[in-house]
Design a protein around this ligand. Structure first.
Ligand SMILES: [Cu+2]
Length: 69
C-alpha cells in the first residue's frame, strides 16, 4: 500500500472536495481518498494497478492539478 499527499489549490468548496474524492476513488487500485478543505490537501492510499503518474494525470484532467507536498 502506498500513500501520497497532494496539495490541491483549486479545491475551494464541498463540491470540489466531493468531485476530487469520487473521481480519484474510481481508479482501479485506489482504496481510500480523503480530501480536506481545511488543509487543501488530498491523501490517497493506493496499490497496483494504480500509479502516482496515473493519479496525477487524472487530477489534472478534471481540473484539480496536484502539487506534491
Ligand atoms: Cu468548489
Amino acid at each position: 500500500m502506498k500513500t501520497v499527499t497532494y496539495s490541491v489549490p483549486a479545491m475551494h468548496c464541498g463540491h470540489c472536495k466531493h468531485t476530487v474524492q469520487t473521481e480519484i476513488a474510481e481508479l482501479a487500485g485506489v482504496s481510500d481518498v480523503t480530501a480536506s478543505l481545511e488543509t487543501g490537501q488530498v491523501v490517497i492510499n493506493f496499490d497496483d494497478p494504480a500509479t502516482e503518474e496515473q493519479i496525477m494525470a487524472l487530477m489534472t484532467e478534471i481540473n484539480y492539478p496536484p502539487v506534491i507536498v
